[in-house]
Design a protein around this ligand. Structure first.
Ligand code: SF4
Length: 331
């Protein structure tokens, strides 16, 4: 990943264009090792403070308290969410993974061997350039490539977020399978859970392609175990995340009503960070998290009680039946 000197100069120019003199710098954990150098560059032009918080996406730009003390925010490493109304001028500087090698068409031969001829292409935003190389490789194999459209939460066609797979939904009826360009498994796993078509991850760090079907089956077994534990819960915490792009109070109100009607004892909580200890102290039997859909999935293991998405909880209550429904925040 890179945030280059020219990215930092772009941030400086854009903050100057806004007439800013006080700047708050926000960095995801992966870019914190660069903090001293970036701080030093920005400090030549502005009074700068770095937020020590972790920022996982453009859905999170800190608290109202911090806004009142600065003229603008510079957030590195993320891409804006176009439909959010940010309360202060915010400059997003993306980081892009640079393609350093030609992507071999042979890596995608498995798609041909399965008889697929039309493929949907999607990517996590930092691999936008790599996705172009993947498209060339797929086309070199004679495959037709379709890239999905955007909704208001996405800046680029084909982009997926951990909470939004609109790019997959918009092409799934027209393709035989889908390739997600990413690393780790979360985005590709979400993509597989959002469609019945077979999803493959092109793992940028390994330069290889693999199907997500088995991983999705394993994941579903774990989630259904959590859902069945939550079905017997007596005391339930419904959590609203106050981050600007994760704030879903209406959904929390619906789930709270459904929980009460099902005879559960309920409290609704507001937070901007899900801390397992808070729920231990509340002695609840299950947590329903209406903020980032990644929290129950990625961090659920840190809690002693089941932590569910709203849709999973509705399955536990018997309100939703049938196919597993992924939690997505759509525009
Ligand atoms: Fe990413 Fe979660 Fe924010 Fe969606 S809500 S943009 S998945 S951090």
């Amino acid at each position: 990943m890179i945030v280059s000197a020219s990215n930092v100069q772009e941030a400086i120019q854009r903050a100057k264009d806004l007439g800013a003199s006080k700047v708050l710098l926000q960095l995801p954990d992966g870019l914190k090792p660069r903090a001293f150098g970036i701080f030093s560059e920005l400090s030549k032009h502005f009074s700068v403070v770095i937020s020590s918080q972790s920022f996982y996406g453009a859905c999170d730009v800190g608290s109202m308290d911090t806004y009142s003390r600065v003229d603008c925010i510079v957030q590195l490493g993320h891409t804006e969410i176009p439909n959010l109304r940010y309360p202060k001028p915010i400059i997003f500087i993306e980081h892009l993974y640079e393609r350093d090698a030609r992507i071999e068409a042979s890596a995608f031969q498995i798609l041909r061997s399965r008889g697929y001829s039309t493929v949907g292409l999607a990517f996590s935003v930092q691999y936008r350039q790599v996705a172009e190389g993947v498209r060339e490789a797929l086309e070199a194999l004679g495959l037709r490539v379709l890239v999905g459209g955007v909704d208001g939460r996405m800046k680029y066609p084909g982009q997926v977020l951990g909470c939004n797979f609109s790019a997959i939904h918009s092409v799934q009826a027209m393709v035989d399978s889908i390739v997600v360009v990413s690393t780790g498994t979360f985005h590709a796993l979400g993509a597989q859970l959002s469609t019945e078509k077979e999803v493959f991850i092109y793992d940028v760090s390994e330069g290889s392609l693999r199907s997500m079907r088995e991983e999705a089956d394993r994941f579903l077994r774990q989630r259904f175990a959590a859902i069945s534990r939550a079905a017997g819960a007596r005391k339930v915490c419904i959590v609203i995340d106050t981050k600007i792009g994760q704030y879903r109070p209406s959904l929390a109100a619906v789930v709270e009503r459904q929980a009460r009607e099902s005879g559960k004892e309920v409290v609704t909580l507001a937070t901007d960070e899900a801390n397992p200890r808070d729920y231990e102290n509340l002695m609840c039997d299950a947590v329903v998290f209406t903020g980032c859909p990644r929290v129950p999935i990625d961090d659920g293991g840190k809690f002693s009680m089941p932590v569910l998405t709203p849709q999973e909880f509705q399955m536990a209550l018997g309100i939703k039946k049938g196919r597993y429904v992924l939690d997505e925040i759509v525009a």
